[in-house]
Each structure stands twice: as C-alpha cells, then as structure tokens.
Design a protein around this ligand. Structure first.
Ligand SMILES: NC(=O)c1ccc[n+]([C@@H]2O[C@H](COP(=O)([O-])OP(=O)(O)OC[C@H]3O[C@@H](n4cnc5c(N)ncnc54)[C@H](OP(=O)(O)O)[C@@H]3O)[C@@H](O)[C@H]2O)c1
Length: 303
C-alpha cells in the first residue's frame, strides 16, 4: 500500500511517501481503508512515534492517529463493527497511524460515522473532540453557568472546546493570537483575549476552569486566575503551579466509543462544527505537517 513513513527522529522533513506492507490486524482489530486522516503538529516528537509499548524501536512509523474510513477486514474478538461500516476514531499512538491507504485499529476505539458527515469532517473530530470533551467535562467538571477560559481557541482542540463549553451553558473566554478572534467568535466565544497584545490575567476576572492547549509560561500564569474550587486543566504538560484551593490536572486523551458517537451525533445535527483549516492529498503530508502552525482548526489528509 502507499503510506507516509518516517524513519528517524528529526522532524517532518523526514516524512516520505513510500510503498509499505499492509497492516497486520491483531485480535480485536479491524482494518480500515483510510479515506481521511488527521494529526497534531508535534506528534512526531512523542515517544509513541518511535517505540512500541515495550520501548522497542518500531520505525519506520506511519503518523496521523485520527482516522475516517471504511472497515475492510474484521479480526477475531471485534465487537460492534462489520466490513463496509463507515467509521472514525483514534488509533493507538504506539502503532502505525492513518497516513496510509489502510490502518489496523482496535475496534473499540472506533465509532460508526454519521451518514451526514464527510470523511474529511469526521477525521477532524476524534483527537480534538475527545480531548476537548474530556478536558472540559471529565477532568474540568464544567457546569452550566460557570466561566471558562480556553487558551488556544483557534486551534484544533480549541475550536471544538469553545463550542462544547458554550453548548454546556458556560460563559466562554477564548484566547489566542489575534487572527483567531473571528473563528473563536464564530464558534461561540463571548470574549476574546489577543495574547499577542495583552496578558489575559490583566483583563480576565477569576474563572471556574482554565482549559489550556498552549502551555509554557501561559500555563504557569493561569493558576492565579482559577477560583477556589476550580480547576486548571492542561493537555501540554503538568501545570507547574496548583491554583489556590483548586485542582491542577494534566491528562492524555483516551479513546472512548460513546463519547466519540456523541461527538458524531452533534456534528451530524450541526450542533458541533469540526473546523477544517486545510485539506491535503497524502502525497503532501510533509507540507501538511509543516504548514499546520498558523492554520486555524485541523489539517486533514485526504487519501
Ligand atoms: N494531552 C493530550 O491528550 C493532547 C491531545 C491533543 C493535543 N495535545 C497537545 O495540545 C496542543 C494543542 O493541540 P491542537 O491539536 O489543538 O494544536 P493546534 O491546532 O496547533 O492549536 C493550538 C492553538 O494555540 C495557538 N497558540 C500556540 N502558541 C500560542 C501562543 N504562544 N500564543 C497564542 N496562541 C498560541 C496556535 O496558534 P498558531 O497555530 O498560530 O501557533 C493554535 O491556534 C499540542 O501541543 C498537542 O500536542 C495533547
């Protein structure tokens, strides 16, 4: 099959379109004929790109761990899916991803794709949608009427987090670079703070939840803006400072079929809009990775 692979650490320049063996489906897996795939810009720096769960070298690796496609093979132990099903979901970080014509995925990590969604739209949902859902509701405990700051609101995760928080009845304060202001407002943010022009803590009153997708010193500065009883939730690194009387949480997104199905239903009914900033053919995977920074929303590979 055709696949994009990387042979050694060193950045997206190493991504090559090559002939690769068909994926091996293990117990509980399905094989998906990939129609669209997506990624996060820094996944090539993550350990799972280079080693398997036992720490063994697994190069050359296929990146892009969000998939939308059609089930082409079902192995022993698979539940809930059949050949021909349109599916979407998150693939294991320690195995080959979906920048290829086929990928093997544990069936439990996939959900049926709603009829009204295109493969490109569905590929933009799994990682960003599950991360936003788990960050806001599972780890952040967001409730109606609460105030939430979402850092990086113009990004893949941020654009979905703004919509989910707003629909949950929260007051949403979005932050990011100035160019993200329009998208943040379109997604439902009531307030936008341009981080290139002002420090958010100078203009925002304490909130119940800060959901940070940017990290660095912004994460450190955010602890002081969380009310007692509130939470600072990060997806980039463990918060170095705990909010006074509040919680500090770092988490890694987990696959979840029920949450994925709910995200799919909301997207189908128009309640949730995956924001696709750019679509590239598989042959342009390197350009897609390199161009992600600065693109609002998700970048999707169409296979
Ligand atoms: N823990 C987990 O399970 C998990 C899950 C998903 C993602 N992540 C991580 O979370 C981060 C966000 O992922 P994503 O897919 O949402 O990425 P993304 O689409 O690139 O979104 C990040 C957003 O933050 C903005 N941003 C970055 N640095 C900024 C700064 N200094 N000031 C203002 N805005 C800034 C970016 O703008 P520009 O593009 O203009 O820089 C972009 O709009 C990544 O580091 C990713 O690896 C972790």
């Amino acid at each position: 099959m055709r696949a994009v692979r990387i042979h050694k650490p060193g950045g997206s320049e190493g991504l090559l379109l090559e002939e690769a063996p068909l994926p091996h489906a293990a117990t509980g897996d399905v094989v998906v004929k990939v129609h669209a795939a997506s990624f996060v810009p820094d996944e090539l720096e993550w350990p799972g790109t280079w080693v398997d769960r036992a720490g063994r070298d697994r190069t050359p690796s296929i990146p892009a761990h969000e998939v939308a496609g059609v089930v082409s093979e079902v192995r022993y132990g698979t539940s809930g899916l059949a050949v021909g099903d349109r599916v979407f979901g998150l693939t294991d970080w320690h195995r080959d991803g979906a920048a290829a014509e086929y990928v093997a995925v544990e069936a439990r990590n996939l959900a049926l794709m709603p009829e009204a969604l295109s493969h490109v739209q569905a590929a933009a949902l799994p990682l960003a949608g599950l991360t936003a859902w788990q960050g806001l509701f599972v780890h952040g405990g967001l409730e109606p009427g609460q105030r939430v700051v979402i850092h990086g609101a113009g990004g893949g995760t941020g654009t979905l987090a703004v919509q989910l928080a707003r629909e949950a009845g929260a007051h949403v304060i979005a932050t990011g670079r100035g160019r993200a202001a329009g998208v943040a407002a379109e997604m439902g943010a009531q307030t936008f703070v341009d981080l290139e022009r002002e420090r958010f803590e100078d203009v925002v009153e304490p909130v119940d939840l800060v959901f940070d997708t940017i990290g660095g010193e912004l994460l450190e500065r955010s602890a002081g803006k969380v009310k007692p009883g509130g939470a600072l939730v990060s997806i980039t690194a463990p918060p170095p400072v705990r909010p006074e009387g509040g919680r500090a949480v770092f988490f890694i997104v987990e696959p979840d079929r029920d949450q994925l199905a709910e995200l799919g239903r909301r997207a189908e009914s128009g309640r949730l809009r995956p924001h696709v900033g750019a679509v590239h053919p598989l042959a342009e995977a390197r350009e897609a990775f390199q161009g992600k920074r600065g693109v609002l929303g998700k970048v999707v590979l169409e296979i």
